[in-house]
Design a protein around this ligand. Structure first.
Ligand SMILES: NC(=O)c1ccc[n+]([C@@H]2O[C@H](COP(=O)([O-])OP(=O)(O)OC[C@H]3O[C@@H](n4cnc5c(N)ncnc54)[C@H](OP(=O)(O)O)[C@@H]3O)[C@@H](O)[C@H]2O)c1
Length: 350
């Protein structure tokens, strides 16, 4: 058996949804971060069966996922949609895998840890095989809220999101690109993934509407933020908007605190987090944009200023790559934490 320098054996990894946006980003990150895997299994739907994906100089076959796909798998990254996770994730757990689930299938179940390791990694100690990764817009938000809450106590949060099309998967990226091309050539390209035309537009609806007038996406951000920060009664509200950007979600965040803090204090607290880069200098027009964040690992924060409508409020602008910190990188950080703390189902240490 191969062993890494620290005596741990490399683990068997499978990616469910390997042909999708998140699955492809995961593959890039496994390589970039030199994740110590022994075997790699790539799973997708029947549509992809028989295709191959090049990775680290080899061609890996894509297999159709089914209930027998998980024997010998230590870690399953599940990124093929909530319905697929509901059907297959527990079977993978039964087969001995730890499932790191990118979908919304199990996030709000009390027994399932919902994790951003930089914020609440400690809850991984109590996992039962199934671990949920938050929605992309939640991940970048909690990374920023945590140090501010530790500094001054959150009293209220108001978030407006500006979410890129890649958050809706590879077909959504294609719709934006094709629609732009069609429109500049005076041709029609009716929407099919989005509810309205996304090219040269924005859409104040992500996912379905609920009976209270919020969308499911807004509700996810609210509920998941409370769960991760362990603040079940935090007053928090959200408007989630889809914008014609390919990668990176942006958020305008207004926080009210128990105690007043200055923008300078907030900058220091945020800059102390290894997950955050503060880009904030109005004199030099320095603030993060989606293009700055695309392909990068940090959560970027700028435009930090006092709220003019309350004594204890701060306004911030938060931008991050939704496929990385919002999905694949967060999932990989969880896997690295599990390895480091020996939290897989089958021990990996001598
Ligand atoms: N994109 C983001 O920023 C983001 C962030 C957080 C969470 N998520 C969540 O992560 C999941 C994947 O998102 P994505 O953006 O990567 O979607 P995507 O680009 O549309 O990819 C979907 C993947 O799922 C596979 N799949 C679909 N139906 C399947 C089935 N019945 N059995 C097995 N595999 C199946 C597809 O395989 P084929 O190629 O064979 O169709 C493809 O690999 C979703 O639940 C999404 O909500 C996404």
């Amino acid at each position: 058996m191969n062993r890494t320098e620290n005596g741990k054996r490399p683990v068997n990894v499978a990616i469910l949804g390997a042909t999708g946006s998140v699955g492809q980003e995961l593959l890039k990150l496994l390589d970039e971060r030199k994740f110590p895997f022994a075997n790699l299994k790539l799973l997708a739907s029947a549509r992809s069966k028989g295709s191959t994906i090049p990775f680290k100089g080899k061609q890996y076959p894509v297999e159709e996922a089914n209930r027998d796909s998980f024997a010998g798998v230590d870690i399953l990254f599940s990124a093929a949609g909530a319905s697929v996770s509901k059907e297959l994730a527990l079977l993978a757990v039964e087969a001995g895998a730890v499932v790191i689930d990118k979908t919304s299938a199990f996030r709000m179940e009390p027994s399932v840890p919902l994790v951003v390791p930089e914020v609440n990694g400690h809850v991984l100690e109590g996992h039962h095989g199934l671990i949920a990764v938050p929605n992309c817009s939640t991940s970048q938000l909690v990374v920023v809220l945590k140090p501010l809450h530790d500094l001054a106590g959150l009293k209220r949060v108001i978030v407006s999101t500006y979410q890129s099309v890649s958050g809706a998967g590879k077909k959504a990226i294609n719709e934006l690109e094709q629609q732009i091309k069609a429109i500049v050539h005076n041709q029609e390209y009716p929407p099919s993934i989005f509810q309205k035309q996304i090219a040269f537009n924005l859409i104040p609806q992500i996912d379905q509407f609920l009976s209270d007038g919020y969308t499911k996406e807004e509700d996810k951000l609210i509920q998941e933020t409370r769960k991760i920060l362990d603040l079940p009664n935090l007053p928090i509200t959200c408007t989630a908007v889809r914008v014609p950007v390919v990668v990176s979600h942006s958020e305008s965040v207004l926080c009210e605190f128990e105690h007043p803090i200055s923008p300078a204090q907030a900058r220091v607290a945020l800059a102390a987090s290894s997950a955050i880069e503060v880009w904030d200098n109005p004199e030099e027009n320095l603030y993060p944009t989606p293009l700055d964040a695309a392909g990068q690992d940090p959560v970027y924060v700028g435009r930090i200023r006092k709220d003019t409508s309350s004594d204890t409020g701060l306004h911030l602008w938060v931008v991050a790559d939704n496929l990385r910190i919002g999905a694949a990188l967060n999932a990989l950080h969880i896997a690295e934490y599990l390895l480091e703390h020996n939290l897989l189902r089958q021990p990996v240490v001598n």
